[in-house]
Design a protein around this ligand. Sequence first.
Ligand code: NAD
Length: 440
Amino acid sequence: MKIAIIGTGYVGIVSGTCFSEFGHEVVCIDKDAAKVAALCQGQIPIYEPGLADMVAKNMTGGRLHFTTELSEAVPEADAVFIAVGTPSSRRGDGYADLSYLYQAAKDLAPHLTGYTVVVDKSTVPVGTARQVARVISETNPTADFDMASNPEFLREGAAINDFMRPDRVVIGVENEKAATVLREIYNALYLIETPIVITGIETAELIKYAANAFLAVKISFINEMANICEAVGADAIALAKGIGLDGRIGKKFLHPGPGYGGSCFPKDTVALLRTVQEHGVSARIVEAAVEVNAAQKARMVKKIRDALGGSETGLTIGVLGLTFKPETDDMRESPALTILPALIEKGAKVVAHDPQGMREAAKLLPDSVIYVENPYEVCLGADAIILMTEWNQYRALDFKRVLATMNKPVFVDLRNVYEPNKMRAIGFEYHGNGRGHEKR
Ligand code: NAD
């Protein structure tokens, strides 16, 4: 199959590369000329484990190309995937900004030649794919195409594996002709018995929001339970195990933390709330998850302040990890973007390290943040260390060395990575998240 992918962000570049790995001929298009020029040289604009090697292999194999020109890819394509960003609108009202998507639809329409399936892979509110089809038909009334929705569920940091071995593939189509093209594209996954869920377009669009909303609810639920644990003297880790082993509940997404972030959950939960409002229905559980998440970040600021004895003014706080989760350089909606400015505003000096996120973080955090290249430098003279993101390389630090260089021995572990007793035995005043049983 010949495939064109519009947008080479996390989703576009991973999808395009994996489709080429399946053996298809793929051209990825982006309007960002610098990004495309770098990709053509084999330089990957994002940090995603395994991606660079797979891009190089498929470029060498002649199955994967990058360009800024739709005319070089769309006319030949059997399917054109749109994978542009759909961020929250700049108006701040929570609606998804669909301008990139509609622009891509307008731009691609004149290039459609022969029967083509146009597939929306971006996360979009219900009804959007139908609007995209309208834009294409209005721009090119003779275009012979079917519209489809194929939401993406990959996780940054594990994107290749998620794409190559997904739990399921969701395909929203209106007829068998389009379904056949998409089945053929995903044949490699069908052969390894991946469930392929074929639905109508609206259902496919809503499945993506429902999945993200459910996971956001699960995270907010365990964060709220962790807070309850702290209040009543219970242990959130044991609680998560105790409920997670129930097959109906499941172990995943039951880790107390500073709140969910990233490029998907925050914007998708709020966009879903806007959609349901427009349709005169409610989603009160999702609403609560969003509120709990905002409160959780504020609660983490208070937790850090309390650990410092009630005030952070004039103190030095060392921060390990800035990205919203490990194995990505994505800083979008990272809890660090709320927590660190709140500490700085009260007069704290922040020294931070992140293995991949510092370049992006520097664009988004106050200028006063000091970035260091080595996690041990974070600890020099610090009045407290905050473990914000659970990168593997922070798991086995030499904590005696860390402690020896700190000004005060306060350690706030927002992700419950470390064993409290071991940290206390080393000499830290250790604060976990949801570990109320220790205060009894
Ligand atoms: P991104 O912001 O990283 O990348 C989008 C890319 O599209 C950019 O490179 C931009 O230059 C390009 N672009 C925008 N308009 C264009 C146009 N008209 N023509 C060509 N290129 C254009 O986005 P992302 O994180 O890959 O997300 C894409 C979509 O997938 C979003 O809807 C997102 O919600 C969804 N999604 C993201 C993830 C994730 O983990 N990042 C996972 C699942 C779904």
